[in-house]
Design a protein around this ligand. Sequence first.
Ligand SMILES: Nc1ncnc2c1ncn2[C@@H]1O[C@H](COP(=O)(O)OP(=O)(O)O[C@H]2O[C@H](CO)[C@@H](O)[C@H](O)[C@H]2O)[C@@H](O)[C@H]1O
Length: 572
Amino acid sequence: MRVEQAARVTGVTPRPPPKYEKTEWPLSIVFVSSEVTPWSKTGGLADVCGSLPRELVKRGHRVMVVSPYYQRGTKEDKYFEGAFDTCSNASVGCFGAAHEVGFMHQIHDGVDFVFVKHDCYERPGGIYADAMGNAWDDNQFRYTLLSHAACEAPLKINFEGKGTYGDEVVFVANDWHAGLVPLVVASKYRQYWNTYHNARTITVIHNILHQGSEPATTFPNLGIPDDWYWCLEYQYPEHMRAHELDLGLVVNILKGAVATSDRVLTVSEGYAEEICTPLGGKGLEGILTERKHRLDGVVNGIDLDEWNPANDPHCEFPYDVSNLAGKLMNKRALQRELGFDVRDDVPLLGFIGRLDWQKGPDLIRDSIAEMMNEDVQLVMLGSGIGELEGFMQWAEATYNDKFRGWVGFNVPVAHRITAGCDILLMPSRFEPCGLNQLYAMRYGTLPIAHATGGLNDTITRHNPFALDDPEVAVAAAIASDEGEDGNREMADLGPGTGWLFDSMDTWSFMYCVSNACKLFRENPRMWRAMQIQAMSQDLSWYHAALKWEKIFEWSKIDPPHCEIKQEHHHHY
Ligand SMILES: Nc1ncnc2c1ncn2[C@@H]1O[C@H](COP(=O)(O)OP(=O)(O)O[C@H]2O[C@H](CO)[C@@H](O)[C@H](O)[C@H]2O)[C@@H](O)[C@H]1O
């Protein structure tokens, strides 16, 4: 459809999309993650671990995803019903005992989803916290167990007809929950068990705020040989310590992962730079800078089947870039659902995300009076910090004709907001990649975002001068999407795909909001051109998967980062 659209606007037929080719170097890859869509999800990590592995399988790799077998008394439990017991199990040595775990298995689009079964994952409540939002006090145990179990999976599980994955795999350890994987591989398997010498480990940072830090006295729990303690040791700066005698010493699992894995990857190029700075590194900037020559950033793709305006089971009216009539119908349906006036001429703004410091909903709160002065409608979906949930309820009561606050986590509503809104707000303080702005652009919903990390990398600023000849601009925008990797310079000639504000203050934010609303009201032609540019981008996993593949290949070419005995090894 993109190709036809481009042909209609430009009068030339662009090159067809690249032909799918398989890799010449198929690898065995093991993703380890605390959450995976659709079985368990609190955020973008789950989406990435649910969709990227499928793309890698299409490229010809053998891919396993290891995650817990959660039973939480929720609707998601039923997804696990399709998993069968592999009858393999493993004994994990940590927390002063040997713990038996089982492995359940389910194949989806050729990906082996493996679920680690243990009592600690089966309890009512959230994935990381109880129903009140208090983190489970045994999370260190739960994810230590996951990481150790994941190291056993490729050796132990004999997949019917295909055998085990064996010991030459590439491990992809996502966030702190899987952060012990590189440590266990380096400190135990390679050192004492003479295996995984040809395996490689890659630490992927989706969220650097959570590092898995616990008091240093918990080190013996982790099942890591004593002489590797220094990899995990981290000392909080003085101002972050509790009292005079507090040395601020902790074991920091994410730090250990960065120190010992063969490569480090994060989810946009911009963010890879940011985490090497004091502002972005959240205390890990030192070790990340030391490893900068092995640190890369690759922007996430999205699951084009799950987020497809032309076929979205959660939305009533399908549409695509060649005909946006359905989008307007979805907007009206959303206005009706929310109890707003059904008006085409009012810009409908949306926010979807966790209500926490990272996502910046407090900037919306601080700007609310000013925003409500405009002729707009705003819907916010999210849960998190109680104070911000309270704000949403307050704003709904105060600005009842213009504001709706939907407290909760609700995937169908997220789809309807993405499809029905004109504008998506993403005032994130930091954003490693961000998926919602990608979903929004695919749905012709233009993002207003803080110019940070992946938001800065994926949103093209509105260019008012494209107005001189929007059709040429759109043609340029569409052409920019052809070829290997798009062409940012060409894209910059287009009308843009959204608005970016450079500093986290009401003035900068509202400047974009007002401009966007003005454009929406006064220049539908330009708006449409922006929608075309946004919707014409190739946001699939295809290009991202090629880049991940390169990282895997480089890791295989280099010798392991931690191979030799630690006494001889460089200390961090
Ligand atoms: N209340 C709600 N109801 C329904 N759905 C909701 C919801 N709140 C959030 N979601 C969904 O959760 C996901 C959030 O993904 P993001 O990538 O935007 O942020 P997150 O911080 O979780 O991910 C981290 O990891 C990802 C993946 O690498 C990075 O893109 C990102 O920058 C990083 O912070 C989206 O699919 C969104 O629709």
